[in-house]
Design a protein. Sequence first.
Length: 403
Amino acid sequence: MNKTLLKDLIEKPITGEWGLEGNRIKVLRSTNFSNKGVIDLKNLVFRDIPEHKIVSKKLKKGDIIIEKSGGGPNQPVGRVVYFDLDEEFICNNFTSILRPRITRVFPKYLHYFLFASHKFGLTQSFQNKTIGIINLQLSRYVDNLKIPLPPLETQKRIAQILDEAAALRDKTKQLLTEYDLLAQSIFFEMFGDPLANPKKWKVSKLKELSTKIGSGNTPKGGSKVYVGKGISFFRSQNVWKKNLIMDDIAFIDQETHEGMKKSSLKHGDILMTKTGRINTENSSLGRPAMYLGEDDKANLNGHVYLIRLKKDVQNEYILFILTTNQYREHIRRVCVGGIDKRQLNKNHLEEFPIIYPPMKLQKEFTEKLKLINQQKELAKQELKESKDLFNCLLQKAFKGELV
């Protein structure tokens, strides 16, 4: 298939504008870039921009916005999003507008190719790093990136196939969200707000429901003692909301593990991150998850708390309370530290107020939760398959094979 340079398929890139504080026009930033190539309108800002600049720089449907500065070790600069909104926006000075020449290239097709270029690593060859910042060499990117260019009708068909695959993926992901909302609805109907306690349930402190609350340890020698295989060693990056992520798990040997017996994990233990940030949707502070592995086959470091509940306590019920938005706000109120990094002290954790309705109701809720989680697991498998399908189709389009 013939390839065409990007510069021949777009008009001259339009640099974004930041302007002054104000409320004249909405401005999209890299914060509004999702990793799926679509615009996320959370944390939207308004700025004062002179009218003549708004006229020359406002976004049009079909524009592609590219990130020029930012990124990091695990997220290279050069992400793109597709603009298809009806309202008036401009983008900021860390981004630029790539406006396709519609007589030569179908905008959504070009967007998918640029999205694939970033996803599969091609964009990295056009970035450079200054102190603390990664920049995209936009001129070199535009002048040298080659685009497979089938006929326009074929481009439209490819874009439609990818649109449909993305819609299937997003629909499945939305189903997971709806299951979470169902669980929340059942909880609030049965028990009410876990902190306001409008139903006047008995309240116990977390320490009264636990046999152990404490943090893990950093082994002597730090990361130097990690081994390729052995005892799983959980760090804060492994502990997410109701989920333990094993992608970046570290391992320690049996001897090191034996020297850290106090933080050896048991099946059903709840882990919670001790330090981190609080100003993002996936705040790294106070994220709880349950360990479902075998007894004494895992350990944890000093940035993670271990909560071991009494035998007669419903672990799933307590975990659910700790993952509610109400508890997220409670953690924000009681944590200590600076703006960028906060800490949840042990005494804060021990004093957490837990509504404690009759055990019969707790068990009834956990049984309902179990059924919802079973459906979620099926949906997660469907999501994985739909993601794999989208990525497979994207790779074929990237190679010029999806025709």
